[in-house]
Design a protein around this ligand. Structure first.
Ligand SMILES: NC(=O)C1=CN([C@@H]2O[C@H](COP(=O)(O)OP(=O)(O)OC[C@H]3O[C@@H](n4cnc5c(N)ncnc54)[C@H](O)[C@@H]3O)[C@@H](O)[C@H]2O)C=CC1
Ligand SMILES: NCC(=O)COP(=O)(O)O
Length: 341
């Protein structure tokens, strides 16, 4: 790395049988046209080489470190090697690769907390594959918070936000069954989530006075209690508490009418009560270019909004756009963060 160059971004492999390697290769191939910041790929060079042949992408794959990646990025794809230990077949996930997948994430976080990379960008993992290998977290979001906590000794509460050109949306509860949502929703959880959103929209997204639109849980936000009591008894008091703390939160809003074009102009983020309430509008409005960004972490983490897409891995059909958006967002936020520290 030349003396004045910023550290690279870290890009984890994700599930090696998924489209992570495809979109990483496509993104690297378009790096000049897109004006992308250098990234260091953390994963198995053999998987990448095989996928490049399948996709007919002409690329030199070069073993690298955070210190050498930025200089190499123009002429080759820099890789910090973490071998998978088996021959990976596109589209055929295998529990034996789980340790390498997890290892790539752990390595990226360690490097980031040591300042050797600027941000962590993760390719998609298949949760079920990792669960088979004993992975004890619902997804990256919770795992990254645990890693941060282990490194820093400070409690960390992560918040998932899907951010696209026309909508930012946060699910207050994430990967839990729908039937568990009403029990999980508490006034304290909503308030804490909104405080983290408010702080990060100001500090990381430069929104001076973020407006938080809080969704109801039940149809018509409970219709005065006739269609459920959580809206009046949990969500409304949470919104009041937030307003008392000076946060511009409003709601609970009927969720069916808060995502149309005019409604979205009235807020900076939609705070939703469960996974699909947030992710359906986010992906419907911007599947190709939305980014999954984790708020509340002591480092910057972004990810494409989509999953492993095993059915199209190795075919050339996968679009790299959401990964490109995730890399751009990680670059912007981490540069801003460096300037203010
Ligand atoms: N950040 C992460 O690690 C995420 C991981 N997942 C995991 O991914 C796995 C598969 O999940 P699914 O629900 O099937 O969602 P998915 O996003 O992998 O696929 C849904 C549909 O979109 C298509 N698709 C996805 N990405 C695409 C791209 N870049 N270009 C073109 N088409 C694309 C797929 O071919 C499929 O038809 C699951 O195990 C899930 O846990 C899902 C979302 C995020
Ligand atoms: N549905 C979003 C998703 O699964 C991403 O989760 P995470 O791995 O970023 O926690």
């Amino acid at each position: 790395m030349s003396a004045d160059a910023a550290p690279p971004l870290a890009l984890t492999q994700g599930d090696p049988a998924g489209i992570g390697p495809d979109i990483a290769l496509m993104t690297w191939a378009a790096r000049r046209a897109l004006g992308l910041a250098p990234f260091l790929y953390i994963g198995d060079p053999a998987v990448l080489a095989l996928r490049a042949r399948q996709l007919e992408i002409d690329v030199a794959i070069r073993e690298s470190t955070p210190q050498t990646a930025a200089d190499q990025f123009g002429s080759s794809l820099p890789v910090l090697p973490i071998p998978c230990g088996i021959d990976v077949v596109s589209g055929e996930p295998h529990a034996e690769t789980a340790q390498a997948t997890i290892g790539a994430i752990e390595t990226a976080v360690s490097l980031c907390l040591r300042g050797e990379v600027r941000a962590v960008v993760t390719n998609p993992i298949a949760k079920s594959v990792l669960y088979q290998a004993g992975f004890g977290f619902p997804g990256h979001t919770e795992f990254l918070a645990d890693l941060a906590q282990r490194h820093t000794g400070t409690k960390c509460r992560p918040v998932m936000m899907l951010a696209g050109p026309t909508l930012r949306a946060v699910p207050v509860t994430i990967h839990i069954p729908l039937s568990a949502v009403p029990q999980a929703l508490t006034r304290a959880l909503i308030v804490e989530t909104c405080e983290i959103i408010h702080a990060d929209l100001k500090n990381r997204f430069s929104i001076a006075s973020p407006r938080l639109a809080v969704a109801g849980l039940n149809p018509h936000a409970g219709e005065g209690g006739a269609l459920g009591r959580e809206d009046d008894e949990i969500i409304h008091p949470a919104v009041m508490a937030l307003r008392e703390r000076g946060i511009d939160a409003f709601g609970p809003l009927p969720a069916d009418t808060m995502f149309h074009d005019d409604a979205r102009r009235r807020y900076d983020v939609a705070v939703c009560m469960y996974h699909d309430q947030a992710l359906i509008p986010a992906k419907a409005l911007g599947f190709d270019d939305s980014v999954n960004v984790t708020l509340g972490l002591p480092f910057v983490r972004t990810s494409p909004d989509h999953g492993t897409a095993f059915g199209i891995a190795g075919t050339g059909v996968a679009k790299p756009d959401s990964l490109v958006a995730a890399l751009r967002m990680a670059d912007e936020i981490s540069r801003m963060h460096q300037e203010t520290h």
